[in-house]
Design a binder for this molecule. Sequence first.
Ligand code: FEO
Length: 178
Amino acid sequence: MIPEKLAKAMNEQIKNEMESAYIYLSMAAYFHAQSLDGMAHWMRCQAHEETIHAMKFMDHLVDRNMTVKLLDLAQLKTQWKTPLEAWQDAYAHEQFITSKINDLTSIAREVRDYQSEPMLAWFTNEQIEEEATTNKISGEMEMVGDSKTALLMLDRELGGRAFPVGSPFDPTAYAQAT
Ligand code: FEO
């Protein structure tokens, strides 16, 4: 069992992670509409990763004999003025998620649930990478400025991110599955 205060916060974190997936999928749709398919691909990979994060919380609750109650997802932003703004939003969103992981770690210590600490430490490390990556790409987008050539080069580079095998966010994977 997990103390109720922590279990409730973890249940809410499943929603935060699923909303992350949905936000990044929304950004993928925006990038597709801008003919930036490499950036859309990167966001689809990211959406996949976020669903794994949600499942880590769900399975931790299940393993600890807690009942999971999935919550409503919030209304999303679906339009951005520029590709740069979308990347800046991605970075801001990761900072928000880091603050949520910090809150969870504080609660786990407050209620002395040491069994949750290894999993939360994994997320603490993961957030370093999540923030670093989105911040780096935001910075590169600022350098791109008005250069369409540089934008296309960065789009190509981001399109090289690898999908986990069989990801439902990967069009070639679901084409083989059906
Ligand atoms: Fe699940 Fe991007 O943090």
